[in-house]
Design a protein around this ligand. Structure first.
Ligand code: TYD
Length: 133
């Protein structure tokens, strides 16, 4: 699967602790139009379960951990996000599910577009059909 990648984020650390800076079209592979974050996810919840027609995103587990399932219609990969110095870049037309959220998990998501409900593909069979085209 070529349409996702893990990105190492450089830590500007010193004796006081750590700092990471994210900049559009630099270490973030697109211009950032939107940032949202997911926290307080209840035990056993699965989030996501959709693909995006055009949206590209970079996800960072700022705190805690969760598991990503990514699916391009041919292959499934499982990625554990548990490091604030690693970003998961997800391109368009990838089915994603997030599960096994730790209680303290804070997931920050950067996106290249504003929120648009019609960009979502929420049915897995529809996703498979769109992939074929
Ligand atoms: P949703 O996309 O269902 O979250 P996830 O796929 O991560 O489980 O989003 C939950 C709700 O928040 C839904 O009603 C849409 C709304 N929402 C916005 O208004 N703006 C946003 O940027 C996002 C991501 C969601």
């Amino acid at each position: 699967m070529a349409n996702y990648k893990l990105v190492d984020l450089k830590i500007m650390g010193d004796e006081r602790g750590s700092l990471i800076a994210l900049e559009g079209n630099k270490n973030v592979p697109f211009e950032i139009k939107r940032v949202y974050y997911i926290f307080g996810t209840k035990q056993g919840v699965v989030r996501g379960r959709h693909a995006h027609r055009t949206l590209k995103q970079l996800v960072v587990a700022l705190k805690g951990s969760c598991d990503f399932v990514l699916d391009d219609g041919k292959k499934r990969v499982y990625i554990r996000l548990d490091n604030p110095a690693v970003g998961l870049y997800i391109e368009d037309m990838i089915w994603r599910e997030m599960e096994n959220f730790s209680e303290d998990c804070v997931l920050m998501v950067l996106a290249n577009e504003y929120y648009n409900g019609s960009d979502y593909v929420k049915d897995y069979d529809d996703f498979l059909e769109l992939i074929k085209k």
